[in-house]
Design a protein around this ligand. Sequence first.
Ligand code: GDP
Ligand code: MG
Length: 451
Amino acid sequence: LSDRLTSTFKNLRSKGRLSEADIDATVREIRRALLDADVAVTVVREFTGKVRERALSAEVSGALNPAQQVVKIVNDELVSVLGGDQRPLRFAKTPPTVILLAGLQGAGKTTLAGKLAQHLREKGHTPLLVAADLQRPNAVTQLQVVGERAGVPVFAPHPGAQEGAEHLPGASAGDPVAVARDGVATARSRQHDVVIVDTAGRLGVDAEMMQQAADIRDAVQPDEILFVIDAMIGQDAVTTAQAFADGVGFTGVVLSKLDGDARGGAALSVASVTGRPILFASTGEKLTDFEVFHPDRMAGRILDMGDVLSLIEQAEKAFDADQAEAMAGKLVSGEDFTLEDFLVQMQGLRQMGSMKKMLGMLPGMGQMREAIENFDEREVDRIEAIIRSMTPGERNNPKIINGSRRARIAKGSGTTTTDVNQLLERFAGAQQMMKQMARGGGMPGVGGMGR
Ligand code: GDP
Ligand code: MG
């Protein structure tokens, strides 16, 4: 599919301006790419509509070709829907900061609780995990295991469920709302600056579960409610996200299981439908498989933009090649090769830091190779100083540089007359080489190349 996209962009590249037909063709490909990434159909429609509108009204930029312009619009729009700049976690003015996790069963809440706890602990916070999922028999134990791995204490309702488990006598073992409330109270009294409340989920959206999450929310007044969603959820992302947005409300999203092959269309669906930013991404079962969410990277993943972006790169390279060709054309004519050109050439050599290594890989570069292997970068500074100390007349016609001129140039550039002489000799040699190339159509000492 990205091949198709690439070829569409390639077609655009050769045209001077974006026409409506061009845009529509591209938009069709983008629509397919988004559907392929499992972005919800309604979201795809809205998104491509926006892109089309922007592309139609876009000023044709001088700096970008049409394809680059479309890519830029698509990319900008994706990044913007995905949350623009990355939003950090919001901390309460008065600790503890209360973070409530919500989402379907199996979404990755408990795993995320451990990851987030470890992440915060490493940043110098003192989080407390609260096990308010009393639905599944093993949920509390699971959080305790995760907490232990993360090096973060866990507030759990059952005394003795595990050695060292937190327990507040007032907590009613069967009531998740009470556990959550007591957990936060405990965090406050023990001066934990962050509390992460893990909650129960169901396999599908369920009124009772939603009510429980809402009750916990009302009891603990969270600073952040993070909606955890499995990136593999596909087309169901919209209904699920909408149900949680209506039932509990959330301030941010965590995308889990991004290590799978899902292209992450769910990210665009959720962000677009709820307008909530995605804060983190979960990328595996280990505690360290966790990262801060980057909208720009996600944009690339959803559109499989790697190819498209490399196309932009190619376009830029082609542009550079055009310039190089123009330069080469001038050099090959041999006549107009001036000291200025010589300097540009030398500076070009300096820019290629890996030139020596590159040449090492090419066989039979003869004189060129030798010249470059002996090339000293500081030499370029000296050459530049000397050439800058010449008058325009001298640069155009070095033959007029007599003894007194040499002395003046040496003085002005902080070099010696020997340096100036050497430079002029090298230039004469280079000029000779250019003339030879112009006549023979090949690089001296480079047998068989360019034929
Ligand atoms: P919860 O029901 O929302 O609390 O979900 P869990 O945290 O118990 O996770 C459900 C399953 O998904 C577990 O087997 C986790 O190990 C696994 N899981 C969670 N997050 C990720 C993730 O980012 N990548 C992968 N591959 N598996 C995950
Ligand atoms: Mg859980």
